[in-house]
Design a protein around this ligand. Sequence first.
Ligand code: HMG
Ligand code: MG
Length: 312
Amino acid sequence: MVKIVEVGPRDGLQNETAPVPTPVKVNFVNALSESGVNEIEVSAFVSPRWVPQLGDAEAVFKNIRRRQGVLYSALVPNEKGFERAIEAGAGKISIITAASETFNCKNINTTTEGSIRRIRPIVKRAQATGLQVRGYVSTAFWCAFEGRIKPPAVMDVVKKLVDIGINEVSISDTIGKASPEEVCRLLDCLLPILPSDQIYMHFHDTYGMGTANVLASWDYGIHSFDASVGGLGGCPYAPGATGNVATEHVVTALAAKRAAVTVDLRQLARARRLLDPYLADDRRTMPPDGSPACEACEFVRGDNCCQRTQPS
Ligand code: HMG
Ligand code: MG
């Protein structure tokens, strides 16, 4: 089974220049809940000084409608964030570290070693309450500050996370520069230390290789992917990075591989459209308005049409 973690409400909205209003975020999450994705990363309990766009995490969690079978998770950077996540009723948490020292210092204001010290008590407390924890390993391929990151650096961080009790990791191409060959090379190193069902892949799509990287990972037996509807996203502390690989692209590519993926593209389009009036730039995916791709779409004007601007 494919697992899709929809990170649009968190990764997708954390980099917007103007914060999206809370009720719009709530409607966005509610619409995503109807799409068939397995997990929605609803927000992040990070410092609002560092990421003001997600300063309303409590309010979003409080007001969403939770659908049975969907996991509503949150990103947390420290124990304070963990406590906020518990209070808000997050169903799972993701902690953050990276393979690049410089990125850790820029993003979470501590070294890699410092991040592990921060994460250790969170994992203990989560285990005591039965809450699942997933570990993000950012800059797993390239770093905006340090350049290419070699697989041993990633393996080292993954091993540290496993040693403190984390058994799911999200291998993250923060700046969206990885190639399928680099993905295969890293998975060759990781799979002997972590089973494929404990690995999620988190691709950004800056150089247009996100979908190819998902397919390369799939061929290596990875079935869990983070993605963001409409290709929204980017990390405010990773200059130059653009959005995540679009959920629509991941679903379409995996379906073409005959993977058991049951996400409804129409519902994803509905969810994405809710954000249209609030996004700073006009990023669009599948299909761009009025483009030849839209005109060629088999759904155009039919029941399944995503009803973006129609070709006249
Ligand atoms: P710091 O400034 O070192 O924190 O930041 P501090 O512990 O010294 O606290 C400073 C102030 O922040 C204090 O307030 C704390 O209470 C407050 P004051 O006493 O000065 O009024 N504070 C908090 N408030 C609310 N919630 C909290 C919290 N923690 C401290 N959890 C910190 C350290 C980790 C907090 C900060 O660096 C931070 O929040 N960083 C998060 C940055 C971020 O969210 N980046 C984007 C997410 S990561 C990403 O996108 C990559 C990913 O997608 C994978 C990939 O693509 O690579 C996951
Ligand atoms: Mg990301």
